[in-house]
Design a protein around this ligand. Structure first.
Ligand SMILES: C[S@@+](CC[C@H](N)C(=O)[O-])C[C@H]1O[C@@H](n2cnc3c(N)ncnc32)[C@H](O)[C@@H]1O
Length: 355
Protein backbone atom coordinates (compact mmCIF):
# COMPACT_ATOMS: atom_id res chain seq x y z
CA UNK A 1 0.00 0.00 0.00
CA UNK A 2 1.06 3.64 0.04
CA UNK A 3 -0.45 6.69 -1.47
CA UNK A 4 -0.08 7.27 -5.20
CA UNK A 5 0.25 10.81 -6.35
CA UNK A 6 -1.36 11.79 -9.58
CA UNK A 7 -1.11 15.06 -11.46
CA UNK A 8 -4.51 16.56 -10.92
CA UNK A 9 -6.41 17.65 -14.02
CA UNK A 10 -5.48 21.30 -14.49
CA UNK A 11 -7.94 23.37 -12.53
CA UNK A 12 -9.46 26.23 -14.52
CA UNK A 13 -8.94 29.20 -12.28
CA UNK A 14 -9.92 32.78 -12.39
CA UNK A 15 -7.53 35.62 -13.39
CA UNK A 16 -3.88 35.23 -12.72
CA UNK A 17 -3.76 32.00 -10.80
CA UNK A 18 -1.24 29.29 -11.48
CA UNK A 19 -2.21 25.76 -12.32
CA UNK A 20 -1.76 23.08 -9.77
CA UNK A 21 1.54 21.34 -10.05
CA UNK A 22 2.22 18.32 -8.00
CA UNK A 23 4.87 15.69 -7.85
CA UNK A 24 4.02 12.59 -9.71
CA UNK A 25 5.17 9.67 -7.68
CA UNK A 26 5.35 9.17 -3.99
CA UNK A 27 6.68 6.20 -2.12
CA UNK A 28 5.00 4.93 0.98
CA UNK A 29 8.04 5.98 3.04
CA UNK A 30 7.22 9.53 2.06
CA UNK A 31 3.62 9.19 3.11
CA UNK A 32 2.68 12.61 4.45
CA UNK A 33 2.79 13.15 8.12
CA UNK A 34 -0.65 14.59 8.82
CA UNK A 35 -0.54 17.60 11.10
CA UNK A 36 -0.28 17.43 14.85
CA UNK A 37 -3.99 18.32 14.92
CA UNK A 38 -4.86 15.06 13.22
CA UNK A 39 -7.82 13.62 15.12
CA UNK A 40 -7.50 10.34 16.94
CA UNK A 41 -9.33 7.56 15.16
CA UNK A 42 -11.78 7.19 18.04
CA UNK A 43 -12.79 10.86 17.58
CA UNK A 44 -13.79 10.24 13.99
CA UNK A 45 -17.39 11.06 13.25
CA UNK A 46 -19.97 8.55 12.07
CA UNK A 47 -20.20 8.31 8.27
CA UNK A 48 -23.44 9.74 6.88
CA UNK A 49 -26.14 7.33 5.60
CA UNK A 50 -23.74 4.45 6.07
CA UNK A 51 -26.29 1.63 6.17
CA UNK A 52 -28.24 3.09 3.25
CA UNK A 53 -25.13 3.42 1.11
CA UNK A 54 -24.18 -0.17 1.92
CA UNK A 55 -27.71 -1.27 1.00
CA UNK A 56 -27.53 0.54 -2.34
CA UNK A 57 -24.01 -0.56 -3.27
CA UNK A 58 -24.11 -3.97 -1.58
CA UNK A 59 -25.73 -5.93 -4.40
CA UNK A 60 -22.84 -5.08 -6.73
CA UNK A 61 -20.01 -5.23 -4.19
CA UNK A 62 -20.65 -8.74 -2.95
CA UNK A 63 -19.51 -10.36 -6.23
CA UNK A 64 -15.98 -11.79 -6.28
CA UNK A 65 -13.48 -9.34 -7.75
CA UNK A 66 -15.78 -6.33 -7.26
CA UNK A 67 -14.11 -2.93 -7.18
CA UNK A 68 -15.46 0.16 -5.40
CA UNK A 69 -14.10 3.66 -5.96
CA UNK A 70 -14.59 5.83 -2.91
CA UNK A 71 -14.06 9.14 -4.69
CA UNK A 72 -14.11 11.10 -1.43
CA UNK A 73 -12.25 8.79 0.91
CA UNK A 74 -11.95 11.30 3.77
CA UNK A 75 -11.10 9.47 6.96
CA UNK A 76 -12.18 6.19 5.43
CA UNK A 77 -15.40 5.67 7.40
CA UNK A 78 -17.50 4.45 4.49
CA UNK A 79 -14.50 2.61 3.04
CA UNK A 80 -13.78 0.70 6.26
CA UNK A 81 -17.41 -0.42 6.54
CA UNK A 82 -17.56 -1.55 2.91
CA UNK A 83 -14.27 -3.46 3.15
CA UNK A 84 -15.48 -5.14 6.34
CA UNK A 85 -18.86 -6.14 4.90
CA UNK A 86 -17.52 -7.36 1.55
CA UNK A 87 -14.44 -9.55 2.06
CA UNK A 88 -13.82 -9.95 -1.69
CA UNK A 89 -13.95 -6.20 -2.36
CA UNK A 90 -11.05 -4.12 -3.67
CA UNK A 91 -11.27 -0.42 -2.85
CA UNK A 92 -9.76 2.50 -4.73
CA UNK A 93 -9.82 5.54 -2.46
CA UNK A 94 -9.35 9.05 -3.86
CA UNK A 95 -8.89 12.28 -1.97
CA UNK A 96 -7.32 15.64 -2.74
CA UNK A 97 -6.34 16.07 0.93
CA UNK A 98 -3.07 14.41 1.92
CA UNK A 99 -3.96 14.57 5.63
CA UNK A 100 -7.18 12.67 4.96
CA UNK A 101 -5.32 10.06 2.92
CA UNK A 102 -2.76 9.58 5.69
CA UNK A 103 -5.52 9.06 8.27
CA UNK A 104 -7.40 6.68 5.99
CA UNK A 105 -4.20 4.77 5.22
CA UNK A 106 -3.68 4.13 8.92
CA UNK A 107 -7.32 3.25 9.52
CA UNK A 108 -7.46 0.87 6.59
CA UNK A 109 -4.23 -0.97 7.44
CA UNK A 110 -6.10 -4.24 8.17
CA UNK A 111 -7.22 -4.18 4.52
CA UNK A 112 -3.88 -3.12 3.04
CA UNK A 113 -3.88 -5.89 0.44
CA UNK A 114 -7.24 -4.79 -0.93
CA UNK A 115 -6.87 -1.04 -1.19
CA UNK A 116 -5.25 1.54 -3.45
CA UNK A 117 -5.14 5.14 -2.28
CA UNK A 118 -4.60 7.93 -4.79
CA UNK A 119 -3.99 11.60 -4.12
CA UNK A 120 -6.05 13.27 -6.78
CA UNK A 121 -8.91 15.62 -7.41
CA UNK A 122 -11.83 13.32 -8.21
CA UNK A 123 -12.20 14.46 -11.80
CA UNK A 124 -8.96 12.50 -12.26
CA UNK A 125 -10.87 9.25 -11.58
CA UNK A 126 -10.29 7.75 -15.04
CA UNK A 127 -6.55 8.49 -14.91
CA UNK A 128 -6.36 7.07 -11.40
CA UNK A 129 -8.02 3.84 -12.55
CA UNK A 130 -5.90 3.64 -15.68
CA UNK A 131 -2.80 4.06 -13.49
CA UNK A 132 -3.93 0.98 -11.56
CA UNK A 133 -4.74 -0.98 -14.72
CA UNK A 134 -8.48 -0.94 -13.96
CA UNK A 135 -10.87 -0.36 -16.86
CA UNK A 136 -14.24 -0.45 -15.08
CA UNK A 137 -15.64 -0.75 -11.57
CA UNK A 138 -18.78 -2.07 -9.94
CA UNK A 139 -19.44 0.77 -7.51
CA UNK A 140 -18.60 4.45 -7.00
CA UNK A 141 -19.33 6.53 -3.93
CA UNK A 142 -19.22 10.32 -3.66
CA UNK A 143 -19.67 11.77 -0.16
CA UNK A 144 -19.17 15.37 -1.22
CA UNK A 145 -17.86 18.46 0.52
CA UNK A 146 -15.49 19.04 3.37
CA UNK A 147 -14.96 16.47 6.09
CA UNK A 148 -15.52 17.05 9.79
CA UNK A 149 -11.74 16.69 10.19
CA UNK A 150 -11.16 19.56 7.76
CA UNK A 151 -13.74 21.71 9.57
CA UNK A 152 -12.20 20.85 12.93
CA UNK A 153 -8.71 21.93 11.82
CA UNK A 154 -9.13 25.59 12.69
CA UNK A 155 -5.98 26.74 10.90
CA UNK A 156 -7.40 25.65 7.55
CA UNK A 157 -9.82 28.56 7.74
CA UNK A 158 -13.06 26.84 6.65
CA UNK A 159 -15.08 28.22 9.53
CA UNK A 160 -16.39 31.77 9.86
CA UNK A 161 -16.88 31.27 13.57
CA UNK A 162 -13.20 30.82 14.44
CA UNK A 163 -10.42 33.24 13.57
CA UNK A 164 -7.85 31.62 11.29
CA UNK A 165 -5.70 32.33 8.22
CA UNK A 166 -7.81 32.72 5.07
CA UNK A 167 -6.77 29.44 3.50
CA UNK A 168 -9.76 27.11 2.75
CA UNK A 169 -7.80 24.68 0.55
CA UNK A 170 -8.86 21.04 0.74
CA UNK A 171 -5.50 20.27 -0.88
CA UNK A 172 -2.79 22.23 0.85
CA UNK A 173 -0.44 21.63 -2.12
CA UNK A 174 -2.63 23.69 -4.46
CA UNK A 175 -1.80 27.36 -5.00
CA UNK A 176 -5.10 29.23 -4.69
CA UNK A 177 -6.18 30.35 -1.21
CA UNK A 178 -9.07 32.51 -0.02
CA UNK A 179 -6.46 35.15 0.88
CA UNK A 180 -5.32 35.32 -2.75
CA UNK A 181 -8.87 35.61 -4.01
CA UNK A 182 -9.63 38.45 -1.63
CA UNK A 183 -6.42 40.21 -2.64
CA UNK A 184 -6.51 39.68 -6.41
CA UNK A 185 -10.07 39.33 -7.69
CA UNK A 186 -11.83 42.36 -9.10
CA UNK A 187 -14.96 43.67 -7.43
CA UNK A 188 -17.01 42.19 -10.29
CA UNK A 189 -15.48 38.74 -9.87
CA UNK A 190 -15.99 38.81 -6.12
CA UNK A 191 -19.63 39.80 -6.63
CA UNK A 192 -20.07 37.00 -9.18
CA UNK A 193 -18.68 34.26 -6.93
CA UNK A 194 -20.69 35.46 -3.92
CA UNK A 195 -23.82 35.44 -6.10
CA UNK A 196 -23.21 32.16 -7.93
CA UNK A 197 -21.57 30.07 -5.25
CA UNK A 198 -23.07 31.66 -2.14
CA UNK A 199 -26.44 32.61 -3.60
CA UNK A 200 -25.81 35.77 -1.56
CA UNK A 201 -28.34 38.58 -2.03
CA UNK A 202 -25.89 41.20 -0.70
CA UNK A 203 -23.09 40.04 -3.02
CA UNK A 204 -22.52 43.49 -4.56
CA UNK A 205 -22.44 45.22 -1.21
CA UNK A 206 -19.93 42.73 0.21
CA UNK A 207 -17.68 42.84 -2.86
CA UNK A 208 -17.56 46.65 -2.69
CA UNK A 209 -16.80 46.63 1.05
CA UNK A 210 -13.98 44.11 0.56
CA UNK A 211 -12.36 46.10 -2.25
CA UNK A 212 -12.53 49.29 -0.15
CA UNK A 213 -11.13 47.58 2.94
CA UNK A 214 -8.24 45.85 1.17
CA UNK A 215 -6.99 49.20 -0.19
CA UNK A 216 -5.70 49.94 3.32
CA UNK A 217 -5.26 46.50 4.94
CA UNK A 218 -4.89 43.19 3.11
CA UNK A 219 -7.16 40.39 4.31
CA UNK A 220 -5.15 37.66 6.00
CA UNK A 221 -7.41 36.40 8.79
CA UNK A 222 -11.02 35.23 8.70
CA UNK A 223 -11.99 37.56 11.58
CA UNK A 224 -11.09 40.59 9.42
CA UNK A 225 -13.43 39.38 6.69
CA UNK A 226 -16.22 38.62 9.15
CA UNK A 227 -15.84 42.12 10.61
CA UNK A 228 -16.03 43.89 7.23
CA UNK A 229 -19.06 41.83 6.17
CA UNK A 230 -20.87 42.28 9.47
CA UNK A 231 -20.33 46.06 9.37
CA UNK A 232 -22.22 46.43 6.07
CA UNK A 233 -25.01 43.93 6.87
CA UNK A 234 -28.33 45.38 8.04
CA UNK A 235 -29.18 44.31 11.60
CA UNK A 236 -32.43 42.69 10.42
CA UNK A 237 -30.42 40.45 8.04
CA UNK A 238 -27.94 39.60 10.78
CA UNK A 239 -30.83 38.21 12.83
CA UNK A 240 -31.52 35.66 10.08
CA UNK A 241 -28.17 33.90 10.43
CA UNK A 242 -24.44 34.56 10.34
CA UNK A 243 -23.86 37.26 7.73
CA UNK A 244 -20.58 35.72 6.51
CA UNK A 245 -21.90 32.18 6.02
CA UNK A 246 -22.63 32.44 2.30
CA UNK A 247 -19.46 34.40 1.51
CA UNK A 248 -17.38 31.70 3.20
CA UNK A 249 -19.19 28.99 1.23
CA UNK A 250 -18.56 30.90 -2.00
CA UNK A 251 -14.87 31.38 -1.25
CA UNK A 252 -14.44 27.70 -0.41
CA UNK A 253 -16.13 26.66 -3.64
CA UNK A 254 -13.93 29.03 -5.65
CA UNK A 255 -10.70 28.03 -3.86
CA UNK A 256 -11.35 24.35 -4.54
CA UNK A 257 -13.18 24.85 -7.86
CA UNK A 258 -15.75 22.48 -6.38
CA UNK A 259 -18.53 22.86 -8.95
CA UNK A 260 -16.35 22.84 -12.05
CA UNK A 261 -14.57 19.73 -10.79
CA UNK A 262 -17.85 17.96 -10.00
CA UNK A 263 -19.20 18.80 -13.48
CA UNK A 264 -16.26 16.86 -14.92
CA UNK A 265 -16.14 14.15 -12.26
CA UNK A 266 -19.71 12.82 -12.48
CA UNK A 267 -19.59 12.00 -16.23
CA UNK A 268 -16.09 10.52 -15.79
CA UNK A 269 -17.31 8.38 -12.89
CA UNK A 270 -20.37 7.25 -14.85
CA UNK A 271 -18.05 6.25 -17.67
CA UNK A 272 -16.07 4.05 -15.27
CA UNK A 273 -19.12 2.13 -14.00
CA UNK A 274 -19.55 -1.35 -15.49
CA UNK A 275 -22.91 -2.49 -16.84
CA UNK A 276 -24.94 -3.46 -13.76
CA UNK A 277 -22.68 -1.27 -11.59
CA UNK A 278 -23.92 1.52 -9.33
CA UNK A 279 -23.02 5.07 -8.41
CA UNK A 280 -24.14 6.72 -5.19
CA UNK A 281 -23.79 10.41 -4.37
CA UNK A 282 -24.36 12.35 -1.19
CA UNK A 283 -24.43 16.14 -1.53
CA UNK A 284 -24.76 18.64 1.28
CA UNK A 285 -25.49 21.83 -0.59
CA UNK A 286 -27.96 22.51 -3.36
CA UNK A 287 -25.42 23.65 -5.97
CA UNK A 288 -23.65 20.28 -5.90
CA UNK A 289 -26.88 18.32 -5.64
CA UNK A 290 -28.24 20.07 -8.74
CA UNK A 291 -25.23 18.97 -10.78
CA UNK A 292 -25.63 15.34 -9.74
CA UNK A 293 -29.39 15.44 -10.27
CA UNK A 294 -29.04 16.90 -13.78
CA UNK A 295 -26.39 14.40 -14.86
CA UNK A 296 -28.15 11.34 -13.42
CA UNK A 297 -31.43 12.48 -15.01
CA UNK A 298 -29.84 13.03 -18.43
CA UNK A 299 -28.24 9.58 -18.42
CA UNK A 300 -31.46 7.87 -17.37
CA UNK A 301 -33.59 9.31 -20.16
CA UNK A 302 -34.29 7.82 -23.54
CA UNK A 303 -32.57 9.70 -26.34
CA UNK A 304 -35.31 8.73 -28.83
CA UNK A 305 -36.51 11.74 -30.82
CA UNK A 306 -40.02 12.81 -29.85
CA UNK A 307 -42.71 11.11 -31.94
CA UNK A 308 -40.69 7.99 -32.81
CA UNK A 309 -43.20 5.12 -32.44
CA UNK A 310 -40.65 2.54 -31.23
CA UNK A 311 -37.60 3.18 -29.05
CA UNK A 312 -34.54 1.80 -30.85
CA UNK A 313 -31.92 0.02 -28.73
CA UNK A 314 -29.40 2.84 -29.26
CA UNK A 315 -31.90 5.30 -27.77
CA UNK A 316 -32.49 3.36 -24.58
CA UNK A 317 -31.26 5.05 -21.39
CA UNK A 318 -27.71 4.26 -20.24
CA UNK A 319 -28.63 4.38 -16.55
CA UNK A 320 -31.69 3.89 -14.37
CA UNK A 321 -32.34 5.87 -11.20
CA UNK A 322 -32.42 3.72 -8.06
CA UNK A 323 -34.09 6.51 -6.12
CA UNK A 324 -36.76 8.86 -7.47
CA UNK A 325 -35.70 12.34 -6.43
CA UNK A 326 -33.28 12.71 -3.54
CA UNK A 327 -33.41 10.74 -0.34
CA UNK A 328 -32.88 12.50 3.00
CA UNK A 329 -31.56 11.20 6.29
CA UNK A 330 -34.12 10.02 8.82
CA UNK A 331 -34.94 12.19 11.82
CA UNK A 332 -33.14 9.64 14.04
CA UNK A 333 -29.95 9.87 11.99
CA UNK A 334 -30.10 13.67 11.94
CA UNK A 335 -30.45 13.67 15.72
CA UNK A 336 -27.37 11.47 16.18
CA UNK A 337 -25.30 12.87 13.32
CA UNK A 338 -25.83 16.60 12.66
CA UNK A 339 -23.80 16.36 9.44
CA UNK A 340 -26.65 14.30 7.97
CA UNK A 341 -29.09 17.21 8.29
CA UNK A 342 -28.60 18.57 4.79
CA UNK A 343 -27.64 15.39 2.93
CA UNK A 344 -29.29 14.59 -0.42
CA UNK A 345 -28.65 11.01 -1.54
CA UNK A 346 -28.98 9.97 -5.19
CA UNK A 347 -28.16 6.65 -6.83
CA UNK A 348 -28.13 5.24 -10.35
CA UNK A 349 -27.33 1.89 -12.01
CA UNK A 350 -25.78 1.41 -15.44
CA UNK A 351 -28.07 -0.46 -17.85
CA UNK A 352 -25.90 -0.54 -20.94
CA UNK A 353 -22.91 1.07 -22.64
CA UNK A 354 -23.36 3.48 -25.52
CA UNK A 355 -22.84 1.69 -28.84
C1 LIG B 1 -17.35 14.33 3.53
S1 LIG B 1 -15.70 13.85 3.42
C2 LIG B 1 -15.79 12.12 3.16
C3 LIG B 1 -15.93 11.33 4.41
C4 LIG B 1 -15.83 9.84 4.20
N1 LIG B 1 -16.93 9.32 3.45
C5 LIG B 1 -15.69 9.11 5.52
O1 LIG B 1 -16.56 8.27 5.82
O2 LIG B 1 -14.72 9.36 6.25
C6 LIG B 1 -15.25 14.43 1.85
C7 LIG B 1 -13.82 14.18 1.47
O3 LIG B 1 -13.75 14.40 0.07
C8 LIG B 1 -12.60 15.11 -0.24
N2 LIG B 1 -12.88 15.86 -1.44
C9 LIG B 1 -13.75 16.88 -1.60
N3 LIG B 1 -13.73 17.33 -2.86
C10 LIG B 1 -12.84 16.56 -3.51
C11 LIG B 1 -12.38 16.53 -4.87
N4 LIG B 1 -12.84 17.40 -5.75
N5 LIG B 1 -11.48 15.60 -5.20
C12 LIG B 1 -11.01 14.69 -4.30
N6 LIG B 1 -11.39 14.69 -3.00
C13 LIG B 1 -12.29 15.61 -2.62
C14 LIG B 1 -12.34 15.99 0.94
O4 LIG B 1 -10.95 16.32 1.01
C15 LIG B 1 -12.82 15.13 2.10
O5 LIG B 1 -11.76 14.40 2.67
Amino acid sequence: MGIRLQDPAPVAMNNNNDNNDMNNEMNSDKTPDASAERPQLNEIHTPVLLERSIELLGPVLAAPGAILVDATLGMGGHAEAMLTRFPGLTLVGLDRDLDALAIAEERLKPFRDRIHLVHTVYDGILDALAGLGISEVQGILFDLGVSSMQLDQVERGFSYSKDAPLDMRMDSTSPLTAERILADYSEGDLRRIFQEYGEEKLAGRYAKAIVEARATTPFVRSAQLVEVITKVTPVAVQRMGHPAKRVFQALRIEVNQELAVLERAIPAAMEAVAVGGRIVSMAYQSLEDRIVKRMFAAASQSSAPAGLPVELPEHKPLFTLLIRGAELASEEEKAINPRATSVRLRAAERLRRAE
